[in-house]
Design a protein around this ligand. Structure first.
Ligand code: KG4
Ligand code: ZN
Length: 348
């Protein structure tokens, strides 16, 4: 059995987790177990500012991280002695938070004489579906969060091809900015979704950015501008106006997303023989959105894809995915990497 302690501090969640893998080292025969998964959200500390404030985030990680790690060890009934390696997010993200997490991990690993793994946060998201659903390679990943909007072909541990990314705003960012323009509280996504439930999605004909374009990438800033112009044109806004704008925005997003994703599905599907079903995994906070999820689910049904949406707790930021990426890297033979020299990378 391998047990890895994971640490995640790249944004506004302070998180630690212990994940175990029993049995074999063959990567396709996995029986992983999440022994603990502790996530402390800093949302309350940033809400007054309408977004994550890096300096506040870094300080909050400093205050909370020791206690969160202790809680993760206690919840898992594991002592530090029994841990085989420490895995910490080393980028990309807010550098203050990354420094707190990686330096803490270095200190623990150094003092306890354990191997240290510097994990790419996106690799954590990319490999989660193997932890939750035992997927085998290759599969397609749609990552839609506050910081990322990407389609990635996940071919193996450390083997990723980015097929699409956003040329401007991330999708979660577009939700957050739309909410801010409309006076809805942070974080914007859930509040836009709630308001949209009472709105008319056909009232505003917002643009579907990139729809029909042969280029694979995403774009959301034009949509954001259209929302701002519509809101300014009818201000002051009633509650119904806000609901209608949210519903129309969400409809435009779902439509644009479906167009972009369906292109990638077509491209990926040709790799598979008829009798094999390819899989699409969605991850990131925006995957919590009902309408977006349903749209993607229908798209998968129509195109013969298996739709995999790991439980929300594991597809928003958490440390179980970091511990798991550590286990995958150990199993894949990456253990010679010396993460003690690793410098946190805000971009990676
Ligand atoms: O993955 P996540 O928790 O953190 C990172 O950004 O890494 O994603 C947070 C993002 C925020 O932008 C938030 O507004 C968005 O996910 N989000 C949603 C919903 N819930 C969270 N967007 C749309 N609909 C939702 N229900
Ligand atoms: Zn993330």
């Amino acid at each position: 059995m391998i047990r890895v302690l994971g640490i995640e501090t790249s944004c506004d969640e302070t998180a630690a987790s212990v994940v175990a893998l029993e049995g074999t080292s063959a990567p396709e025969i996995l029986s992983p177990k999440i022994l603990s998964n502790v996530v402390l959200s800093q949302i309350a500390e940033h809400a007054a500012f309408g977004g994550v404030v890096p300096e506040i985030a870094a300080r909050a990680h400093v205050e909370a991280l020791d206690g969160i790690i202790e809680a993760a060890l206690a919840d898992s009934n594991t002592s530090l002695d029994e841990i085989d390696a420490i895995a910490a997010t080393a980028g990309p993200g807010l550098v203050g938070g990354l420094i707190v997490g990686l330096m803490t991990a270095k200190a623990i690993a150094g003092a306890a004489g354990k191997p240290l793994l510097a994990i790419n946060h996106l690799e954590g998201h990319a490999l989660t579906a193997r932890l939750t659903d035992g997927l085998s390679f290759p599969y397609l990943l749609l990552l839609v969060s506050g910081g990322h909007t990407q389609i990635v072909r996940v071919a193996g541990v450390g083997d990723y091809q980015r097929w699409a990314t956003t040329i401007d705003d991330a999708l979660g960012e577009a939700f957050d900015k739309t909410a801010k323009m409309l006076g809805l509280p942070y974080p914007g996504g859930p509040n836009v979704e709630k308001a949209a439930a009472k709105g008319d999605p056909a009232r505003f004909a917002f643009p579907r950015p990139m729809k029909g374009s042969a280029q694979p990438d995403f774009s959301f800033s034009g949509l954001k501008t259209a929302v701002r112009q519509a809101a300014q044109a009818i201000a002051p806004l009633t509650e119904q106006d806000v609901a209608d704008i949210c519903a129309s925005f969400q409809a435009a997003v779902a439509d644009a997303l479906a167009d972009r994703v369906s292109r990638a599905l077509m491209r990926f599907k040709v790799e598979f023989p008829q009798e094999e079903q390819p899989a699409l995994v969605v991850a990131g906070g925006v995957a919590a959105n009902r309408m977006i999820k349903t749209t993607l689910e229908e798209l998968c049904d129509e195109t013969g894809f298996r739709f995999v949406a790991p439980p929300l707790k594991l597809c928003t930021d958490n440390a179980a995915m970091i511990a798991w990426a550590g286990i995958e890297r150990l199993n894949a033979g990456f253990e010679e990497e010396n993460a003690f020299d690793f410098v946190p990378r805000s971009r990676w």
